[in-house]
Ligand binder design. Sequence first.
Ligand code: FES
Length: 288
Amino acid sequence: MSVRRLAPKELQPESFAFTAENLAWAENTIAKYPAGRQASAVIPLLMRAQEQAGGWVSEPAMRYVGDMLGMAPIRVYEVATFYTQFQLLPVGRKAHIQVCGTTPCMLKGAGDLMKVCKNKIHAEPFHLNESGTLSWEEVECAGACVNAPMVQVVNEVFEDLTPEILEGIIDAFERGEKPTTGPQNGRKSSEPVTGLRVLTSPELYDGSMVGTGVGLAAAREAIAARAAAAAAPKPAEPAAAAAPAAPPKSDPAPAKPPVAEAVKAAGSADSDKPSKPVAPPPAGEKGN
Ligand code: FES
């Protein structure tokens, strides 16, 4: 994790002011908060200042935002230096790659992703590449651990990375393209890469159970009936009637009528006999 300090004086601009468009946006944003709570707008205003300045927040920009919100400069510094979404130094114009280096990502190869950044961008974090277009840093958990390892670029995430895929993403940024965001291994969001295995019955989502009035029991019955129908043998073809009987299968089918009955029974129990909470023993009475 890096130490987060304001940029040295020689890098700070003389002043900062919102453009007319951003100023109107900022005033509109501040007006969304109740009287006396304008300081709550500090994060969106700092973000807008960062975007306007090409990806980082200077000290004059923090001071400017503080003046707009009636906040002491130190209060704005505290926010800007705490959140890694704010850059305190000039960063790459095309991309600043934030590599998550917290435990789940490290266990899944974040160290190799940092090697890619060192090779392709700069050996040190917060240094621009030769063309001044790219930079990188290590950050703490970005909240996408289940898709580890991952990197973040401004407000986009690139997940389930390998070193080779990250190389391609960095090359795409350098060419001025917008690489595809999200998981890079073909899975959807954080679903299993092998596809869904649970909660796959359409009755759970298609609305067919709405209004039936018996809820869980009916849903279980419908699901069990569907599974039983899928597992039932198909009617024999006329020509196949004379054929010798096939040997019984040793591999049991996943759902059979007895299972369906058991599910029905469980469903009835759910709907007919709601479980009662067990009353605690009276005070002073001891168990055996
Ligand atoms: S540990 Fe990397 S996103 Fe959480």
